[in-house]
Design a protein. Structure first.
Length: 202
């Protein structure tokens, strides 16, 4: 995949999650998600943290001081905060060539390789958010399918049980869910109270 296509996928993933966060109601923030460590509020805080790391990586700033979960954003500003970060990421990453060296949290690599990592993270947690809030859960424009082509190769076994759970074996509905399963995320965690029928409050 070219760096131009990968950058477009990253931007499309950001746009998708921006729309998901905007459609998430405050009353849903205490709800469970397929990511066992997060309720909806902390998942949004993690997505904001991931966006901060994506922006810092493009700007050549260390990511070490960025919390895993951002907790100081008011509930009614979570969506607008993410949207602002997504716009800044788009601007900063548009200036990078795929071969440029950057240093994300996992270590020095090319901008293309970093964009792959951030795209996978964004799409997977976007799926978590969509499932938890009853929104369409298939990432747009074939992003997840392209992520699957390289995702297994960039998730080392040494991080299983540390940053990622074991891959989930089971029926999948879409390529986005297949990607989520690869990272150890599953909708079964919500079966008792969400199932597949929850709808976002109007």
């Amino acid at each position: 995949m070219t760096s131009t296509q990968q950058r477009r996928d990253y931007f499309d993933a950001l746009d998708w999650v921006t729309a998901l966060t905007a459609a998430t109601h405050v009353r849903q923030l205490d709800g469970r998600t397929p990511c066992a460590d997060f309720d909806v509020r902390s998942l949004l805080g993690h997505l904001i943290g991931t966006a901060h790391r994506g922006l810092a990586t493009a700007r050549g700033i260390t990511t070490r001081g960025i919390p895993h979960v951002i907790t100081n954003v008011p509930d009614d500003e979570l969506a607008s905060t993410y949207a602002t970060l997504a716009a800044s990421i788009r601007e900063a990453w548009s200036r990078l060539a795929g071969t440029e060296s950057v240093t994300p949290a996992w270590g020095k690599c090319t901008a293309l390789e970093a964009a792959r990592g951030f795209t996978i993270e964004t799409v997977t947690h976007g799926w978590d958010l969509a499932i938890a809030t009853g929104q369409p859960s298939d990432a747009p424009n074939g992003i997840a399918g392209r992520c699957l082509a390289f995702a297994a190769a960039i998730i080392p076994d040494r991080l299983r049980g540390v940053m990622y759970d074991a891959p989930v074996v089971g029926e999948v509905i879409s390529t986005t869910e297949q990607l989520a399963h690869l990272l150890g995320h599953k909708r079964d965690a919500l079966a008792s109270d969400l199932g597949q029928g929850q709808r976002s409050p109007s």
